[in-house]
Design a protein around this ligand. Sequence first.
Ligand code: G1P
Ligand code: ZN
Length: 598
Amino acid sequence: MRQSLNQSVVDCYSFKSHISFKTNPQFCLTFFSALKDLLNQTMTSFTITTVPTKPFEGQKPGTSGLRKPVKTFIQKDYSENFIQAILDAAQDKTKLVIGGDGRYHNKTVVQTIVQMCAANNVKHVIVGQNGILSTPAVSAVIRKRQTNGGIILTASHNPGGPNGDFGIKFNTSNGGPAPESVTNHIYELSKDLTQYKIVNELTVDVLTLGVQTYNISGNVFTVEIIDSVEDYLGLMREIFDFNTIKSYLSSGSLKILIDAMNGVMGPYVKRILIEELGAPTDSAVRCESLEDFGGHHPDPNLTYAADLVKQLESGVYGFGAAFDGDGDRNMILGKNAFFVTPSDSLAVLADNLDCIPYFKIGGVKGFARSMPTAGAVDLVAKKINKEIFETPTGWKFFGNLMDAQKCSLCGEESFGTGSDHIREKDGLWAVLAWLSVLANTKISVEELLINHWNKYGRNFFTRYDYENCEANPCNEMMTQLETLLSQTDFVGNTFKSGEKEYKVLIADDFSYKDPIDGSLTTKQGIRIIFSDGSRIIFRLSGTGSQGATIRLYVDCYESDSSKFRTDAQQVLRPLIDIALQISKLKEFTGRDAPTVIT
Ligand code: G1P
Ligand code: ZN
């Protein structure tokens, strides 16, 4: 009886039942009232508790969700308040996806979200097994299963563990991070919360795949536990030619090494790259997902993925890649640790999209990059006559463009690359895209880049991160820069460093008017653009959980092929010196050197 009741509920609520209220209202009314009676007779009814609470300060989502130290999140009612604000802000919340990167506190909050969804009239939650879903997988599941959105538990590339960070992020029904109108609404609601609703006694089995149904005060609540990898794998199979990648990997022409950095990507790498695509088992390392990422900083850059860089330096491998904690970032390396900047990675993929069936069949719309990302992709767009958009930092700004069919491929200098197959950046997608290009062109990563520069010229790029600075001096530095830039004679000034001289052409604080919904986003980074196109950009990070992080971005363009192989730090040194001179960064922060150089 219980089983068949469960089945009927699932048929009617979750999946496409052929009988709708519109076509047969009488049947539906009779059916649901009979169902309710049956439910009350056969299943324990859970009761909803309303818990009085007080607002917490600062529950304002940043560049990508609310990120704070675990210690902040484990305070009584802290997570509950924010989840209530999300559920109150969500216009339609019949069906939601829940999953996270498996970091410390993930398991607890998954249960809390399920308990609160049950109490807040959500009808159906889809949960990754054991609470695990990579960020791109959540986006894929939302889209495939047409849910009203999802809640992702991650602090992305921030360290985990009891002394690390935790985060909660809301994605909407297009699968992408909620736009600022929604996150601002969540924040406003969080400031006035007086209560939240929860079903305390409900504990769901998140390990067993399948559907569970519960009676919540007489209403049916469905919990569906899904395999963490399956939906995402299905999507990758539709996009890429697995046979081509598989035969290239098995031909022995390319030895790869993938570093999952003990984040969420371990199971995805093992299932997709090793089991499906036949890469040897020793071609992936750190595939065990750990709550504290093994004590490491799960950020795939030259500093925090130094082990991978070292391995690639040996010359044994022709391709290396690493991911961040939640699997949306990627770093690409070639033989001898040849580093592909994310700005170049985007441009090379843009120029080779015909190696990927998804684009070959579906065509290429336009491209987009975040403002601090170097303009290499712009040159490809120009050549193949496609539109290019420059957006503020943060993946959420790409969503509208993709929904409006204006953008097929986009990226950020912060190791983010992705396409309109989902609405998040996608680390493993980027690796499969690179493997597709390598399998089709049959040349090395370095040759591919050299060919690209010969065709388009080279955009040199570097980013300096000054992490965990004191907040006040950083804010003062930014204010001082704004004042300087607003002086009428700043544009036209020349700055010297060694032999080099640069004349200021544009100086502003970047703002963006979304071409689809017209929304305006201001103060997105101070830009100083020189007459030769070189740029210096300053931003304060919006993802850090304590203090402040200054990001300094510097790039320039070079068309002289004799200079393509010069070290980027050497080429950009004069611009970096000028940036430090103009900003007085050292005087404000006391920092002699950045924490991370990319
Ligand atoms: C950083 C990156 C940005 C990225 C975000 C989320 O944000 O710079 O490109 O979208 O992480 O991964 P920031 O800390 O600079 O605000
Ligand atoms: Zn991430």
